[in-house]
Design a protein around this ligand. Structure first.
Ligand SMILES: [Zn+2]
Length: 212
């Protein structure tokens, strides 16, 4: 069971209700507060920090569209939870990092960053179906893969996308090339893992990654 990693949970007692074959059980557990480290980033391109009204409207629209994608649900016989790294690279930014862009507080880091050169092939972390592809103001060129049962992976800042919405992908299949589209200070792959609509720590599902 994975219950850690969700960023917006209030620390304290929580309940997990499990229903299977007509039997219902309630399990109690406690969420402890976690202090995520802080990161301060300076962006020379101020237009990615202080948005124009047009960019603000675009970012809002995309934010809502992305929320809808994250809540997509497809029942599947089984979901592969043993994700593989989409690229071989060191971890340059961890999940939950509290970030400041040009001293302005921003939402915490909703995934992990893997440092790789632009043009590095990016692989699907598990088999699934391409839920959507898009080019977003903040996330840049992005692929969403639906692995079934509420598990979705997101690959952001891609230079090139080589899959289409609706397409089935194998684990390890190339889905595009890494880059720095959207708001990125350098080339890297941003990977997010969504479980039942909540952003969770990708490292919970991945083999050990070397931290920079
Ligand atoms: Zn990132």
């Amino acid at each position: 069971m994975v219950c850690g990693g969700r960023l917006d949970v209030t620390p304290g007692p929580q309940e997990l209700r499990v229903q299977t074959g007509g039997i219902s059980k309630t399990l109690d557990f406690v969420v402890n507060p976690k202090d995520y480290p802080e990161q301060r980033i300076t962006l020379a391109d101020k237009s990615k920090v202080e948005l124009s009204p047009e960019d603000e409207a675009r970012a809002d629209r995309e934010y809502n569209a992305i929320i809808e994608l994250k809540h997509h649900w497809r029942a599947a016989k089984d979901t592969d939870l043993a994700l593989i790294l989409p690229v071989k690279g060191e971890l340059s930014s961890q999940f939950g990092l509290r970030r400041f862009f040009n001293d302005e507080p921003r939402s915490p880091h909703s995934g992990i960053d893997l440092a790789v050169k632009r043009g590095t092939p990016v692989k699907a972390s598990a088999r699934g179906r391409v839920l959507a592809v898009g080019n977003y103001f903040f996330n840049g060129k992005t692929v969403f893969i639906d692995h079934g049962n509420g598990l979705i992976t997101m690959y952001c800042h891609l230079d090139r996308i080589s899959v289409k919405a609706g397409q089935r992908v194998r684990k390890g299949q190339r889905i595009g090339l890494s880059g720095m589209t959207g708001r990125a200070t350098g080339p890297h792959l941003h990977l997010s893992v969504v479980l039942n609509g909540a952003m969770v720590d990708p490292e919970l599902f991945l083999p050990a990654i070397h931290h920079q």
